[in-house]
Design a protein around this ligand. Structure first.
Ligand code: SF4
Length: 180
């Protein structure tokens, strides 16, 4: 086993953070994992910029131009990039909007939707621009491994990390996938 800890970065793009929650739901296995890895950019560290990493774990698909920018940064800096969960792999729940145009989605959300009080579509230039469709991350960058599930179980994250450490293919058999 290498003495150097693997550097891991994570991000949530068009996702719900459920995959991140699952990653942390590993009980006492986390003690062993802490010996193996250290986190770089991640919602878990609140580090906003990414350095050279061994593994990038991407939760969520791409719904706006900021998502694309973050993903490209991860691809640039991570030796191994992993699509984590259904949303990253096929768009998942956010891709339900793909039946509609962006304008229809905005009007439903901000003008006509249930509970709208002050009807106005936000137009601040600092807001990221929505893509016409929600798309999987492999449509934009090369992905090295796919971790299926919604969310994948914690043991699947451990298997990916151990596989990278051991320089082998991960063994993601059926028990390593979960669709609640
Ligand atoms: Fe949430 Fe499931 Fe998507 Fe993960 S795959 S971000 S748990 S909806």
């Amino acid at each position: 086993m290498s003495a150097r800890k693997l550097k891991v970065a994570t991000c949530s793009l068009a996702g719900c953070f459920g995959c991140h929650m699952s990653f942390l739901d590993m009980d006492e296995q986390i003690v062993d994992l802490i010996e193996l890895i250290e986190f770089d950019r991640s919602p878990l560290t609140d580090i906003k910029t990414i350095g050279a990493c061994d593994i990038g774990l991407i939760e969520g698909g791409l719904c706006n131009d900021e998502n694309v920018h973050v993903l490209q940064q991860f691809r640039q800096h991570c030796r191994i990039l992993v699509a984590v969960g259904a949303c990253a792999i096929n768009g998942g729940v956010p891709a339900l909007r793909n039946r509609f145009t962006v304008q229809e989605c905005l009007e439903e959300s901000y003008l006509h939707g249930v509970g709208v009080v002050e009807a106005q579509i936000p137009a601040d230039p600092e807001l990221p621009s929505l893509l016409p469709q929600v798309i999987p991350i492999q449509n934009v960058v090369k992905v090295d491994f796919f971790l299926p599930g919604c969310p994948p179980p914690a043991t699947a994250f451990v298997e990916i990390i151990q596989a990278v450490r051991d320089n082998r293919e991960p063994r993601l058999d059926y028990p390593m996938r979960r669709f609640d």
